[in-house]
Every structure is written in C-alpha cells, then in structure tokens.
Design a binder for this molecule. Structure first.
Ligand code: HEC
Ligand code: HEC
Length: 121
C-alpha cells in the first residue's frame, strides 16, 4: 500500500513537472525546415559557403579543419589549385604539410583529409 502511494505521488509530481516544463522546452528546429516528413525535401540549388575569411570551428583534437569555401579546384599531377592560395601568407597550410620548404607528397591530395562544409540552413 505504501509503495502504491509513493508511486502515485511520484506520478503526480512527474506530470506536474511535464505541464509546467512545456512552456520552456524549445521545439527543435529541423534541417528540413517546415517541409513535412512525408514530403520530399528539395535539395538546395547550390551550396552556400560561410563568408570568405571565416573558419569553421574545429571540434576535436587533430581534426583537419573543414574547407569553408567551394572545393572545385583541380588537383592533377602537375597542378594543384589549392596550393596556389595556401602556399603562404595568412592562409598558409599547417607546417606539418611541408618537407624542406616544399609541400610534402603525403599532403598533396588535400581532400583526402579536408572536406568542404556548406551551410545551407
Ligand atoms: C582562391 C584562393 C583559394 C583557393 C584556390 C583555395 N582556398 Fe582554401 N581558403 C581560402 C580562404 C580565403 C580561406 C579562409 C581562410 C581564413 O581567412 O580563415 C580558406 C580556408 C581554407 C581552409 C580552412 C582553414 C582554417 O584554418 O579553418 C581549408 C582547410 C582550406 N581552405 C583548404 C583548401 C583546399 C583543400 C583547397 C583546394 C580544394 C583550397 N582551400 C583552395 C582561399 C582559397
Ligand atoms: C593527411 C591529412 C591532410 C592532408 C592530405 C592535408 N591536410 Fe591540411 N591539415 C590537416 C590537419 C590535421 C590540419 C590541422 C593542423 C595540423 O595538425 O597539421 C591541417 C591544417 C590545414 C590548414 C590550416 C592551417 C592553420 O594554421 O590553420 C590549411 C589551410 C590546410 N591544412 C590546407 C591543406 C591543403 C591546401 C592541402 C593539400 C595541398 C592539405 N591541407 C592536405 C591534415 C591534412
């Protein structure tokens, strides 16, 4: 009997919490926006990248930073479109990428580690 009473008291307390909590609980925003689950959500016509000059926060130790811009730059045997901008200056690649002043061959295929990150939401 005592157990039943305790249980009932607990249930009343919990339901009280729930109704008073509703007003403060935020409804999660779906990446689908207002498109209902049953409908196809159309893909964005094109990728929207963060503003130039911004970096996307690195969230784990050793993580290669994501590319905050389009990555449609050719990487061929004799041409690497990424290196032209990232060889030096403010946007220089990490020191680990260089070997005796040149880009280390192990780092030549940039997108083996770095992926572009669009922000279409
Ligand atoms: C036309 C110049 C240009 C080219 C080409 C280019 N980038 Fe960038 N990249 C930038 C700029 C500008 C930024 C923003 C850097 C900043 O100010 O934080 C950036 C940022 C980055 C970052 C993020 C750095 C950080 O610290 O968060 C990565 C990774 C990157 N680029 C990789 C690449 C790769 C891989 C390629 C080839 C597919 C490439 N980039 C081609 C100009 C360029
Ligand atoms: C084997 C994986 C790997 C490859 C391949 C690679 N990177 Fe990185 N990159 C990283 C990591 C990890 C970091 C974070 C710094 C570090 O630990 O070296 C980084 C950092 C960077 C940064 C930010 C530097 C800074 O100081 O904020 C830029 C820009 C960059 N890489 C560009 C490139 C470009 C351009 C290429 C191709 C030529 C490339 N990376 C190839 C793993 C890689």
């Amino acid at each position: 009997m005592k157990k039943t009473l305790t249980l009932m008291a607990l249930m009343v307390a919990l339901s009280g919490c729930q109704s008073s909590g509703d007003a403060t609980v935020e409804t999660p925003q779906s990446l689908r926006g207002s498109v209902p689950v049953a409908a196809d959500s159309p893909a964005a016509p094109e990728a929207v990248y963060p503003d130039k000059g911004t970096s996307v926060e690195v969230v784990s130790v050793g993580q290669p930073p994501v590319i905050p811009h389009s990555a449609d730059y050719p990487i061929t045997l004799d041409k690497n479109g990424c290196i032209s901008c990232h060889r030096g200056g403010k946007r220089k690649m990490a020191e680990s990428h260089f070997e005796a002043g040149k880009v280390d061959g192990k780092y030549y295929q940039c997108q083996a580690c770095h992926v572009p990150q669009a922000q279409n939401f």
